[in-house]
Write a protein that binds this ligand. Structure first.
Ligand SMILES: [Zn+2]
Length: 259
């Protein structure tokens, strides 16, 4: 169900031993770690290069401390993935949510991120899933109706593309930072849930939950959080503190007729 990302091509990509190739002969190498880079030159010039390797590593260390495990439980609780599901995580980062979900449920799992560092880290940790580097802002490199569940967890959202790649009986889970997410570091944030619901045209909201957890972190972990949100340059060195992690999790289903 992968499709070629060469401009105006969009033919299906067929997997060979070390590459994927379309009917016109456009070929993309499968990296040693297992991810597939489908970025086109025009995408690379984008001003959204994605996470750096340092931010990817910092974020993974935070997940590995177990701090974000309650957020994963919240995502699982609302999306209720089943073994038969075919899941896309758009903006998958280093793969924690999708890789953990797939490992527990055993479903087919596909992650897309624009950052090579993120896809590489995801492929090394979760080789049972498919990891793709692509610019999801433009077009997701998958055929129409490929997925029964699409996840967008604190990523950039392309609602029209989510609708295109989702089956009519599928579901879409969007998680956005809640106003109290990392409130100790960045103050109270905006409430993004209402705007996200309004922007999800052609979808119907089914469930909405706020999932919140907090963790007492040592200075090194707080430093990792600062790196993961690109605020490593503080006046004071990071110190041990308790941080709040909070997501607004929204579950949608497609409306029957597209407006
Ligand atoms: Zn092609």
């Amino acid at each position: 169900m992968l499709i070629c990302t060469v401009r105006d091509c969009q033919l299906p990509l067929r997997r060979e031993a070390h590459r994927v190739v379309c009917g016109k002969g456009h070929a993309f190498d499968i990296a040693r770690s297992g991810y597939i880079n489908l970025l086109q030159p025009q995408d690379r010039r984008s001003r959204q290069p994605g996470d750096t390797a340092a931010a990817v590593a910092a974020r993974r260390r935070i997940h590995d401390r177990g701090v974000t495990a309650p957020l994963l439980e919240g995502v699982l609780d609302l999306s209720r993935p089943q073994p038969a599901d075919i899941v896309l995580d758009a903006g998958c980062g280093e793969g924690f949510f999708l890789g953990s979900l797939a490992g527990r449920i055993g479903c087919s799992a596909h992650g897309v991120d624009i950052a090579i560092a993120a896809a590489d880290a995801a492929a090394r940790r979760y080789p049972e899933c498919e990891w793709i580097v692509a610019n999801a802002d433009r077009r997701l490199p998958f055929a129409d109706r490929s997925f029964s569940l699409v996840l967008s967890i604190t990523g950039r959202r392309n609602i029209a593309e989510f609708r295109r790649v989702l089956r009519p009986d599928g579901r879409l889970l969007i998680a956005v930072p809640a106003p109290d997410d990392l409130i100790e570091l960045r103050g109270r944030g905006r409430d993004r849930a209402d705007r996200t619901i309004a922007e999800a045209e052609n979808f119907q909201l089914r469930r909405q939950e706020r999932v919140t957890t907090s963790a007492a972190l040592d200075a090194a972990a707080v430093d990792d959080v600062l790196h993961s949100i690109y605020r490593p340059l503080q006046e004071q060195p990071a110190r041990a503190m308790t941080l709040t992690f909070s997501l607004d999790v929204l579950l949608f289903t497609p409306e029957k007729t597209v407006k």
